[in-house]
Ligand binder design. Structure first.
Ligand code: NAD
Length: 364
C-alpha cells in the first residue's frame, strides 16, 4: 500500500503529520511512503531525511496523495485537495468534518474512511494516540512564554543591588492538559503560580507541580472525566470570588474548555478593568471564542493598560516537537490497521468505530 503526505493547506500551519522517525516505522510495516517535497520544511524536517527514512519524494501534492490508500495530515486538506484523493482512502488528522460544510461534503463524496483524531475516545489504550493531549502540552507551554514576553515584569524573584523584585503572580485558569503544562512552565520561570479548575481532582495535580489551588467554591465534574457547564448560580459565585482575586494577579493564562461547546466565559470585561495596569492575559481558548470577554482571536489588544492576547494554533509555533509527538500519535493509530503492507480495518475495534466519520454502525 501507499501512504501519502502532502504539504498542509491550512494557512500558517507549520506542523507535519509524518516525521523521518515515523516514516521509517511505516516502511518497516511494509508500506510505501510518499512525501511531497518540502512537506516537512516548516517543521525543520528535510526532504533528505525522509529519503533516508525510506520515503519517495513527490513533486506536487497530487503525486503524493492521489493514489494513496492512506493519507496523513495535521489539519484537514481544503475541499479541492480532498476531491483529488482516491475513493475510499483512509484520511487521518485533526479533520473537524463538521467545522465546514464543504469539507464534510467532500469527505462523504469521496467515500473516505475519515478518522478525525479529535474524536478518538480517551481511554487508556488510546493514550499513545491522543493528539489532543500532545498538542495541548505544547500550547500550554507556549502560552506561558508569550505571557512572559508580553509582561513588563520579571517572573522570578530577584535580589539585586538595585533592590528586591517580587515574583510575578500567575494564575492559570483550567487545569487540563494545557493548563497543567502552563503551571509547570510558569513555575520553572520562577513565578508564584496558582491554578483552578472545576474538576476537584485537579487540586492534587496542581499542587504536585508546585502550584497553589485557588478554591472558588465551585465543583462541576461531568462525564468522561471532563467538566460540565456551570449553572447560572455557580457561574455567578465563581465570578464574584475570581473578580476579587484578580486585583492581585499579574498574569492570567486561560485554558478552560468544555467539550463540544464554546469556551466558557470566565473573565469579564469588568474583572479586567479591576486589574493592575501592566497585567497580562493570554487566552488559549481564543480558538473557541475565548475565556475572556475581551479576547479577540488572533489579536493582542490593550484594554486600559491590561494586555489581552488571543493567540491561535500555538502548537504549530512549536512545530518540531509538536510534529514529533503528533506523528507518533498518528503512527500508533495507523498501526491499528496497517500491517504487512496491507490495510485491514477491524470494525469491532471501538478506537476505529468511535473515531471514523461519518459514524457507522459496528458489524452485527
Ligand atoms: P479540556 O481541554 O476539555 O478542558 C480544559 C480544562 O478546563 C479542563 O480541566 C476542564 O475541567 C476545565 N474547565 C472547564 N470549564 C471550566 C470552568 N468554568 N472553570 C475552570 N475550569 C474549567 O480538557 P483536557 O485538557 O483535554 O482534558 C480534561 C481531562 O481529561 C483531564 O482530566 C485529563 O487528564 C483527561 N484526559 C484523560 C486521558 C486518558 O485517560 N487517556 C487523556 C487525555 C486527557
Amino acid at each position: 500500500i501507499t501512504i501519502g503526505v502532502a504539504s498542509e493547506t491550512a494557512s500558517g500551519e507549520k506542523r507535519v503529520a509524518l516525521t523521518p522517525e515515523t516514516c521509517k516505522k511505516l516502511v518497516a510495516r511494509g508500506a510505501r511512503v510518499r512525501v511531497q517535497r518540502g512537506a516537512g520544511r516548516a517543521a525543520s524536517f528535510t526532504d533528505d531525511a525522509y529519503v533516508q527514512a525510506g520515503a519517495e519524494l513527490a513533486d506536487d501534492a497530487a503525486a503524493a496523495v492521489a493514489d494513496a490508500e492512506v493519507v496523513l495530515c495535521v489539519q484537514a486538506p481544503d475541499p479541492a485537495r480532498l476531491a483529488t484523493l482516491r475513493e475510499g482512502a483512509a484520511l487521518i488528522g485533526l479533520l473537524q468534518p463538521q467545522g465546514d460544510a464543504a469539507r464534510g461534503e467532500a469527505i462523504v463524496a469521496r467515500k473516505l474512511n475519515a478518522f478525525p483524531l479529535e474524536r478518538l475516545p480517551r481511554t487508556t489504550r488510546a493514550q499513545a494516540m491522543d493528539v489532543l493531549s500532545s498538542q495541548a502540552g505544547m500550547a500550554g507551554y507556549k502560552a506561558v512564554l508569550i505571557a512572559a514576553q508580553l509582561a513588563p515584569r520579571f517572573f522570578p524573584m530577584l535580589t539585586t543591588a538595585a533592590g528586591t523584585i517580587r515574583p510575578s503572580k500567575v494564575l492559570i485558569v483550567g487545569a487540563g492538559v494545557a493548563g497543567l503544562q502552563a503551571i509547570a512552565t510558569a513555575k520553572r520561570l520562577g513565578a508564584q503560580v496558582e491554578g483552578f479548575d472545576v474538576r476537584p481532582e485537579t487540586r492534587e495535580q496542581i499542587e504536585s507541580l508546585g502550584g497553589k489551588f485557588l478554591d472558588l467554591g465551585v465543583s462541576a465534574a461531568g462525564e468522561g472525566g471532563y467538566a460540565r457547564q456551570l449553572t447560572e448560580e455557580e457561574r455567578a459565585e465563581q465570578q464574584r470570588r475570581l473578580g476579587e482575586h484578580l486585583k492581585n494577579i499579574d498574569v492570567i493564562v486561560c485554558t478552560a474548555a468544555v467539550p463540544g461547546r464554546p469556551a466558557p466565559k470566565i473573565v469579564t470585561a469588568a474583572m479586567i478593568g479591576g486589574m493592575k495596569p501592566g497585567s497580562v492575559l493570554v487566552d488559549l481558548a481564543a480558538e473557541t471564542g475565548g475565556n475572556c470577554e475581551l479576547t479577540q482571536p488572533g489579536e493582542t489588544i490593550d484594554a486600559n493598560g491590561v494586555t489581552v492576547a488571543g493567540p491561535l494554533n500555538l502548537a504549530s509555533s512549536g512545530a518540531v516537537h509538536a510534529s514529533e509527538m503528533y506523528a507518533r500519535n498518528v503512527f500508533n493509530f495507523v498501526s491499528l490497521f496497517v500491517n504487512d503492507g496491507a490495510v485491514n480495518f477491524d470494525w469491532n475495534d471501538e478506537l476505529l468505530t468511535k473515531t471514523v466519520w461519518p459514524e457507522r454502525a459496528a458489524p452485527a
